[in-house]
Design a protein around this ligand. Structure first.
Ligand SMILES: Cc1cc2nc3c(=O)[nH]c(=O)nc-3n(C[C@H](O)[C@H](O)[C@H](O)COP(=O)(O)OP(=O)(O)OC[C@H]3O[C@@H](n4cnc5c(N)ncnc54)[C@H](O)[C@@H]3O)c2cc1C
Length: 330
């Protein structure tokens, strides 16, 4: 049923603590479906936060059921961490906007029905605003990026917009500057911080079981060697610390007290922690660690992307640094 009240819209898409724990468990099996995450944790919140009632009624019911798929176009070939430099432009012509530009690394770009495209509006002193662009409009092209060694189950694409005409009503009316695309990313980053723990738990479980069965030297399991135990102890301690961190962030979120730097801390720490767990687990499995009979290498490769998207590890470092010092180091 389509929500009738803004409060209901918010609940419909807001990621609460118990939703996040589901993501953690799902990610033990496979990286928190990027396609699903982009669609439900990014595109839907943008529509709810910045869309008109007409846009919500047109898109949200079908998107929520998975009948229509969304993609999110912020990154450009020359502007990733610094989206403020974007070159994509929108020009108001009569009752339409005309969009021109290139986007890069866009999840689901070739299979989406609608793209949320961020562009500078020429008639509004280059203010960044969001637009809904149906992907079958003339002038809109998408092409997949091939040769990815990471998150290979999801499609990643380059988008090209050449004189794409859209009606004025496709502007997301609530979008207002660069802060708008950055705002909703917090939702996705919170989910990522939980998903990373799931990946770390899968790697740890695998390494623990393997170390109890694999024997080297005096017919003893490698789990009996102190250096192997040190790796297992490190992993279980860091996984537990990461859970406590994101649990606290979730509690702040549920009570409306969360700040963006809290979420940066959780995303940065937990993805780093998961990557370290994947590397240690891979090591414990020796040569078997690089084989696809075990899930570790897949998690390791996927986590390399997770470290980069939704704000790189180092960009989150700078966000935390700016918060504690009051000095912006970007
Ligand atoms: C699999 C995948 C899916 C993606 N899906 C989407 C999507 O759906 N939509 C979308 O819009 N984008 C998407 N992205 C893009 C992603 O958000 C960008 O890759 C990310 O923002 C980083 O940008 P960049 O790759 O251009 O790296 P750059 O910004 O060029 O950064 C390169 C390096 O420089 C460092 N760096 C940059 N600036 C500074 C600074 N001031 N100080 C210190 N270090 C700095 C970075 O930390 C990084 O280590 C996706 C990326 C991947 C890998």
């Amino acid at each position: 049923m389509v929500p009738q009240h803004p409060q209901q819209w918010r609940r419909w898409i807001q990621l609460f603590l118990y939703d996040a724990i589901v993501i953690e468990e799902m990610s033990r099996v496979r990286a928190h479906g990027l396609m699903m995450g982009l669609h439900s944790d990014i595109c839907l919140p943008y529509l709810v936060s910045f869309g008109s009632e007409e846009q919500k009624n047109t898109w949200l019911p079908a998107m929520q059921k998975g009948e229509k798929l969304g993609c999110f176009g912020l990154t450009e070939p020359d502007f990733g961490s610094n989206p403020g430099g974007m070159r994509t432009r929108a020009k108001n012509v009569g009752k339409e906007y005309v969009l021109n530009g290139e986007k890069m690394w866009i999840t689901s770009g070739t299979i989406a029905d609608v793209a949320v495209i961020w562009a500078k509006v020429e008639d509004e002193a280059d203010k960044v605003r969001g637009f809904l662009v149906e992907t079958d409009r003339p002038g809109f092209k998408a092409a997949d990026i091939h040769g990815k060694w990471s998150l290979r189950a999801s499609v990643t694409s380059g988008l090209s917009l050449q004189d794409v005409h859209i009606p004025e009503s496709n502007l997301l009316p609530g979008s207002d500057g660069l802060k708008s695309p950055l705002m909703c990313l917090n939702q996705a980053r919170f989910g990522i911080a939980w998903g990373a723990i799931g990946a770390a738990m899968a790697c740890y479980d695998c390494a623990l079981q393997y170390s109890l069965l694999r024997k080297q030297f005096r017919d003893q399991p490698i789990a009996s060697h102190q250096l192997v135990q040190e790796k297992l102890a490190w992993m279980i301690s860091e996984i537990t610390k990461a859970q406590l961190l994101v649990l606290q962030v979730g509690r702040l979120k549920d009570t409306g007290k969360v700040q963006h730097q809290h979420i940066s801390m959780a995303k940065r720490n937990n993805v780093w922690m998961a990557l370290e767990c994947a590397r240690l687990s891979r090591d414990i499995l020796g040569a078997n660690g690089v084989a696809d009979d075990y899930p570790i290498m897949r998690h390791l490769m996927n986590l390399e992307s997770v470290k980069t998207y939704e704000g790189t590890h180092d960009i989150h470092t700078l966000i935390i640094g700016a918060s504690v010092t009051g000095i912006d180091a970007f």
